[in-house]
Design a binder for this molecule. Sequence first.
Ligand SMILES: Nc1ncnc2c1ncn2[C@@H]1O[C@H](COP(=O)(O)OP(=O)(O)O)[C@@H](O)[C@H]1O
Ligand SMILES: [Mg+2]
Length: 590
Amino acid sequence: MRPKFKDESFRRAMRWFYQFLAKYKWKIVMGLVLVTITSILAIVNPRITGYIVDNIIGDGRDIGERFDLLPKALLLMIVVSLSQSLIRLIFLWNFETCSQDMLYDMRDGVYRSLLQKDFAFYNRNRTGDLMSRQTGDMMAIRHFVAFVIYNIYENALLFVIALVMIFSTDYRIGLAMITVLPITALMTYLQSKTIKPRFMHIRDRFSSLNAFVQENISGNRVVRAFAKEDYEIEKFDKENGMYRDAELDAAKVWTLYVPIFEVLASLLVVILMVVGGIMCIHGSMTLGNMVMINSYLWMLNNPLRMFGWLINDYQRFTTSVMKIYATVSEKPDIQNPRYPKSAKRIKGEVEFRDVSYKVEGEPILDHVSFHVQPGQTIGILGATGSGKTTIMNLICRFFDVTDGEVLIDGADVRDLQLHTLRDGIGLAMQDVFLFSDTIEGNIAYGDPECTFEQVEWAAKMADADGFIREMPDGYDTVVGERGIGLSGGQKQRISLARAILKKPAIVILDDTTSAVDMETESQIQHDLKCLENETVFIIAQRISSLKDADMILVVENGRITQQGTHEELVQQEGYYSTVFAHQYGDKAAG
Ligand SMILES: Nc1ncnc2c1ncn2[C@@H]1O[C@H](COP(=O)(O)OP(=O)(O)O)[C@@H](O)[C@H]1O
Ligand SMILES: [Mg+2]
């Protein structure tokens, strides 16, 4: 464990954790003061027991007078126990609230940081893993604050107190006792050492099981469609079995150590009986002291047994902090500029100046240049994988160019505030995502303050108003994950309405009408003409979707190979006229 402390990333992670804990520093100190008080009170009752044995019961003769003291002594014992319980109640509640409040802040911080991550981050990380940062790892941290901190302190304190009390009562019996302690300590060490890798294994298996379940639930339709239920069940059984075996593997260790610790605990009692008994017989120790020491034994034993578990909990806590911190501290490539160009609202001029975009040396876009004036409509045509979506991703600055510049209103997108940039863009993505919310909520996502009339306007523009009104609850129909299913074309139209609701300066429709029928599409094309001041990008596979555009770009293998209006392009030899011939067939020939 020692080299870990020297580790810079470990230190940084701990500092990050401490910044959340710092707010509750005084509450924790107060809690530890209360723990100190109960621990010190733990001395009292054994002493009273010893006193009762020696001074009240004594040799059992002439008990009459001394007997009156008994109720007082017992009352004191009860008062002490009750106070201990009361104080424990207070500090347990204290640590519990500290941990929950701290976790609230932490979850919030982690969530915020997840929202700031760029696309590349989400491409790299598995959903299941990111989920477990917010669940399992948070639990481990909470457990540390709520339980481990005070337990380490309390057990250490009780242990020292018990030693001091036993030695101050009789050092010889103290010496006899501590012969057993190294064995207990050794066992604790061995237990925690053997069980640690097994616990790590459990966690890996658990997270794997979780990821499996998550993927299967998300991909449930595919499983059904391919009738692969049996295959998936078999895979699941394997995961399930591995998780069970991991748990049993760990259980083998701890079940072995439980009886060992029991034996060691009884050994302390045996030593006390033998050594203490002999001393009592010889009169070098009173019976009361022996009884008193007997009631301190748990204070010696318990901490040693607990320590193995606490070390484990501590290690789980540090791993979790490091894991969360690694996620949080990952700096997104896409960040706000240090000195942003001040622009309240973008106007919609878009220029690509010799833009290249490479991934691991592979060119995705290759020297792409074009210039669009505000209010123009641009069509982009190209085969799947040619780089159309990438062009849009660069305009929104989801990625940064490798070479060249993307300019909005003459300013490099890297010099604009991300919020200004993206707030000025309405994007209907290729793979539509709807939140589990009402249709109205989904359309108004970009501007929750907007009026219902605006939502209705956007829906009408996207030719969605009609089918929305036919739904059981109209605009209040809940869609998305738990909502009712919509057809691909209906989802696309809702996503289109969402993109144009705010009348952003730039509207990007990435294959947004691919799943709607031709008639609906031509209606949408007609409606979109109302967007006179907006720059509109229409990415499509169908010529009909973009033939009215002011300019059409043809993308092939990451390059713009043709550029012009529909009339110009059909005249040229090339991809456009080929596609046109395919799609319009005889009409084109005629
Ligand atoms: N982040 C990325 N990492 C690796 N390859 C990518 C990435 N983004 C896009 N690509 C690749 O770039 C090519 C163009 O993708 P894309 O712009 O989505 O095409 P289109 O939208 O025209 O179908 C594809 O071959 C795709 O696999
Ligand atoms: Mg695409």
